[in-house]
Design a protein around this ligand. Structure first.
Ligand SMILES: *[C@@H]1O[C@H](CO)[C@@H](O)[C@H](O)[C@H]1NC(C)=O
Ligand SMILES: *[C@@H]1O[C@H](CO)[C@@H](O)[C@H](O)[C@H]1NC(C)=O
Ligand SMILES: *[C@@H]1O[C@H](CO)[C@@H](O)[C@H](O)[C@H]1NC(C)=O
Length: 332
C-alpha cells in the first residue's frame, strides 16, 4: 500500500514537472512550439546514413544538396531495380556524376520525393520499407531529410523545410525536365508536400501529383488533437499561447488551403485506427475540396483503411493492396 502511494506520488510529481516545464518554456519563448511541432531532436544516435548497405539497401545512393549557405540536406536516392548500382563503385560519385548517370541519359521513369513526418530520419524502418517497395514498382525514390533532421544541417521552419523539398525538386527537373515528379508526404510531411505543391502551382508548374498519407487539416488543429495534447494544451490560456507562438514562427502547415489551391491530383490515404491524426481530418479535406476546389482541377481521392487491418498512423506501407493503387495513380 505504502509502495503504491510512493509510485502514485512519483507519477504526479513527474506529470506536474513536465507540464509546468513545458508551460514555462512556452511562456518564455515561442521557440518551444517549434520544437514541439518538429521534434527533430528525437532521433536514434549513431545512425550511419552515409552507408545505406548497412541497412540492407544495395540500390541506394546517399548524397547531399546545398540548399542555402548554411543548409545542407542529406538524401537517399533509391535506384529502381533494372538500373545498375554498385555501392562500392558508385557510392562516392559526386552529385554531377550521379545525376548524369541516372537522369541525363536514360530515364523517363517517374520520380517520387518522399517527405517523412516529424522526428527520426530517412533510415527509419517503415520509411525505408515504403521507399523500397515504391522503387520496386520501377520509380526513382528520393527520401529527403529536410533541414534539422538526420545528418542535415540547419533549423527547421515551415518556409525552410518547404524550400529544401523544392530545391531537390528543381534539381531533378533541371536534369530531366520531362520526368514526372510526385510528392509523397506522411504526417507532418503532408503539410510540407502540399505547401510545396501549392508554390509550384502558383508558378503554373505543378508537380505530377501528391500522395498524402495520414494528413491533418492544419497544424494548429493537429496539435490540439494530438495524443499528448491533454498533457500540454489543457487550458485556454496555454492553447492561446501555443497558437500565438505558431503565428510568430510563421508555422501554419495549412493542408486545407494548400490542397484547395494546388492544381494537381491528390491521393489521400488514411487508416481508421490512426491514433495521432483522426481519419475524419482526411474526410474534412475531401469535403472542403468538394465544396470549394475549382471543378477544372485534377481530382482529389480519399482511400480509407478499416481498423481491422491495424495500420494505424505509420503502417499503411505494409498493406499490399496499396501498391496497385499507387501504380495506377502514378502511371495514369
Ligand atoms: C562492385 O564493384 C566492385 C569494385 O569495382 C567490384 O569489385 C564488385 O565485384 C562489384 N560488385 C558487383 C555485384 O558487381
Ligand atoms: C525540356 O528541355 C528540352 C531541351 O532543353 C526542351 O526542348 C523542351 O522544350 C523542354 N520541355 C519542357 C516541358 O520544358
Ligand atoms: C484550422 O482548422 C480548424 C478546424 O477545422 C479551423 O477552425 C481553423 O480556422 C483552421 N485554421 C486556419 C488558419 O485555417
Amino acid at each position: 500500500m505504502n509502495f503504491l502511494l510512493v509510485i502514485a506520488r512519483f507519477i504526479l510529481v513527474l506529470y506536474f514537472s513536465i507540464y509546468g516545464l513545458i508551460h514555462l518554456l512556452l511562456f518564455l519563448t515561442p521557440e518551444t512550439a517549434r520544437y514541439l511541432i518538429f521534434m527533430n531532436y528525437v532521433n536514434w544516435p549513431m545512425r550511419d546514413l552515409q552507408n545505406p548497405p548497412k541497412y540492407e539497401l544495395n540500390n541506394v545512393h546517399n548524397f547531399y544538396l546545398d540548399v542555402e549557405a548554411d543548409v545542407r540536406v542529406g538524401i537517399w536516392h533509391y535506384i529502381p531495380e533494372p538500373l545498375e548500382y554498385n555501392f562500392t563503385k558508385h557510392g562516392q560519385n559526386n552529385l554531377k556524376e550521379h545525376f548524369e548517370r541516372y537522369f541525363k541519359i536514360h530515364d523517363r521513369r517517374p520520380v517520387v520525393l518522399y517527405v517523412h513526418g516529424n522526428d527520426r530520419d530517412r533510415s527509419d524502418y517503415g520509411r525505408m520499407k515504403l521507399c523500397k517497395s515504391l522503387s520496386e514498382l520501377g520509380y526513382h525514390i528520393f527520401a529527403i531529410d529536410y533541414r534539422g533532421y538526420g545528418d542535415s544541417t540547419g533549423t527547421p521552419s515551415e518556409t525552410g523545410v518547404v524550400n529544401d523539398v523544392l530545391a531537390l525538386y528543381n534539381f531533378i527537373k533541371a536534369y530531366q525536365n520531362e520526368t514526372k515528379i510526385f510528392f509523397w508526404g506522411h504526417s507532418l510531411g503532408t503539410g510540407i508536400s502540399s505547401h510545396a505543391a501549392k508554390i509550384l502551382s502558383d508558378f503554373n508548374a505543378p508537380p505530377a501529383g501528391v500522395v498524402l498519407e495520414a494528413p491533418f487539416f492544419n497544424i494548429s488543429q493537429a496539435a490540439k488533437e494530438h495524443l499528448a495534447a491533454p498533457l500540454i494544451l489543457n487550458n485556454p490560456w496555454i492553447v492561446r499561447m501555443g497558437e500565438e507562438a505558431l503565428l510568430n514562427l510563421n508555422i501554419h502547415f495549412n493542408n486545407a488551403e494548400n490542397v484547395l489551391k494546388s492544381k494537381t491530383k491528390f491521393l489521400i490515404l488514411h487508416a481508421e485506427d490512426d491514433m495521432f491524426i483522426p481519419q475524419d481530418r482526411s474526410r474534412d479535406l475531401l469535403k472542403i475540396c468538394n465544396e470549394k476546389r475549382p471543378t477544372d482541377y485534377p481530382p482529389v481521392k480519399l482511400v480509407e483503411f478499416h481498423k481491422r487491418f491495424g495500420l494505424g498512423h505509420g503502417k499503411i506501407y505494409t498493406h499490399k493492396e496499396i501498391y496497385p493503387m499507387i501504380k495506377d495513380f502514378i502511371e495514369n
